[in-house]
Write a protein that binds this ligand. Structure first.
Ligand code: NAP
Ligand code: MG
Length: 498
């Protein structure tokens, strides 16, 4: 009898994982009814809502179902000019002259109002940007309120922050923020600027303007004097008009390294000061003596939190060779249990990718990784039919020179590399143009100190990852930018010290 030949599996370096995922949860979506979203938003200039001078509006959509949420005004150079003069007037006539303890009361009030409206803000953040409600509710919104609370406290204590120095504000700050933490980034920018006596023109990202506009309504309700904060929606050109406006004294930018470089070029030769918070390619390093389960959970949180839309995401994992097989096995198992889907469902771990453009970028990198010869493992979960979603994905057999190990993907994609010695991993981890953050997992305190001293990154977490606090400064080395936000250090970029 002829032996039947076993069918050979198709050779491919993509492996769909199949583990028993135990059970599925019943849907538990947050109600949308708390979110009051107007069909159209104007520009917030001088404490009032003003029509854009071009008359143009653009749609902001929900990336989870591609439906339009609202139409938002597009600010051009004329509107930027109006906002900057409102901010200048407010600076000269009101804000810089106001006793610091009075300024603090406004900032404190804003913090309280964010807390009061926390649920609505969280739902809108998830609708407009695609992040899981668990994150917007438990992280973004409370952290935004905490930032205002923290800087309210500093406003009348600058002489203690910088003893024996005379502090004065810089003037009008132009602030440009990205789409990954829309409300939190607005808080990171506005709170220290106000505490130090500066006034603000802020532009949120084109795909996530809604919580910044809600914040504008809060500022109005808090009776913040007109012109102290102006919020202009628009695309990159609006940001460029803010950067180039001659009456801006300081630029605070968070976004890509590419745009950061454009901004640096644009302000070269001008007296404008700048802080740039740019991209990253963080290394998470697991030593053989680490508590492995805790480290695996930390790696999962480090890269899959907020769909990997995090500048400090632990997108490169370096595992010591002796424990690599165990760590990789556990990671593969863990990604299979992550729930991808409706951002408004509290059981969701990975929500929607922020835009089609970003999803295309991630897909491009997945193809690059495979082409470079790395082995790709993706969760076998089903994806919603509408909206922009991506399965959590792991690459093994990655070489240091591979583009997926060098370039920022900004998605739920982890590149895993191995190492044998401390010197080797330091050299590899530092071998990137970026230097924003890193993580070290080990049982040995001495190793933590050795690593943190030698890693060229602004933040190094030890036996944890992605932890933030308004009291801790945050910022990068090399092409991850310069200047610090948060903590006492975060006051400095808004002050001139004598
Ligand atoms: P992006 O394209 O650089 O955009 C950031 C902001 O700049 C947006 O508001 C954008 O407007 C605006 N912009 C675009 N072109 C501009 C120009 N020529 N002049 C002035 N402003 C301009 O970055 P993204 O893709 O939105 O955000 C992702 C990037 O941000 C990643 O690289 C990430 O690492 C980085 N990021 C860094 C940090 C940090 O703290 N270091 C934090 C979060 C994100 P539009 O949205 O309308 O294009
Ligand atoms: Mg949107």
């Amino acid at each position: 009898m002829a032996v039947q030949k076993k069918k050979q599996p198709r050779r491919s370096n993509t492996i769909k994982l199949k583990f028993d995922t135990s059970w599925t949860y019943a849907p538990a979506p947050e109600s949308r009814s708390v979110a009051q979203i107007a069909p159209e938003y104007d520009l917030f200039i001088n404490g009032t809502w003003q029509k854009p001078s071009s008359g143009e509006y653009f749609d902001t959509i929900n990336p989870a179902d591609e439906k339009v949420l609202s139409r938002v005004a597009a600010a051009n150079e004329k509107d930027v000019d109006k906002a900057v003069s409102a901010a200048r007037q407010a600076y000269d006539k009101v804000w810089r002259r106001m006793p610091a303890k009075e300024r603090a009361k406004y900032i404190f009030r804003i913090a309280r109002m964010i807390q009061e409206k926390a649920r609505e803000l969280a739902v809108i953040e998830s609708l407009d940007g695609g992040k899981p409600i668990r994150e917007s509710r438990d992280f973004d919104v409370p952290a935004a309120a905490n930032h205002f609370f923290y800087y309210a406290g500093w406003a009348d204590k600058l002489e203690y922050a910088f003893p024996n120095r005379q502090c004065s504000p810089l003037g009008v700050a132009g602030q440009i923020i990205p789409w990954n933490f829309p409300l939190l980034m607005a808080a990171w920018k506005i709170a220290p600027a106000l505490a130090t006596g500066n006034t603000v023109v802020l532009k949120p990202a084109e795909t996530t303007p809604l919580t910044a506009l809600k914040l504008a309504a809060i500022l109005q309700e808090a009776d913040l004097p007109p012109g102290v904060v102006n919020i202009l929606t628009g695309a990159g050109a609006t940001g460029a008009a803010i950067v180039n406006h001659p009456d801006i004294n300081k630029i605070a930018f968070t976004g890509s390294t590419e745009v950061g470089k454009l901004i640096q070029r644009a302000i070269a030769g001008t007296p404008k000061k700048a802080t740039l918070e740019l991209g990253g390619k963080a290394a998470n390093i697991i030593f053989e003596d680490a508590p492995i389960d805790q480290a695996v959970e930390g790696v999962i949180n480090g890269i899959f939190f907020n769909q990997g839309h995090v500048c400090c995401a632990g997108s490169r994992l370096y595992v010591q060779e002796s424990v690599a097989a165990e760590v990789i096995r556990k990671l593969k198992h863990r990604i299979e249990t992550l729930i991808v889907g409706d951002p408004l469902d509290k059981n969701t771990d990975i929500g929607a990718i922020n835009s089609r453009q970003q999803l295309d970028t991630i897909h491009r990198y997945l193809a690059i990784g495979k082409k470079e010869g790395a082995e790709m493992y993706e969760s076998s979960c089903a994806l919603p039919r509408k909206g922009f979603f991506c399965r959590p994905t792991i690459f093994t057999n990655v070489a240091q020179s591979n583009r997926i190990a060098q370039e920022e993907i900004f998605g739920p994609v982890l590149a895993i590399l191995t190492f044998r010695t401390d010197d080797e991993v330091i050299e590899k981890a530092n071998n990137t143009p970026y230097g924003l953050s890193a993580g070290v997992w080990t049982d040995k305190g001495s190793k933590i100190f050795n690593m943190t001293k030698r890693l060229r990154a602004g933040v190094v977490w030890a036996n944890t990852f992605n932890k933030f606090d308004p009291t801790s400064p945050f910022g990068g080395y090399k092409e991850s930018g310069y200047g610090r936000e948060g903590g006492l250090h975060g006051l400095l970029p808004y002050l001139s010290l004598r």
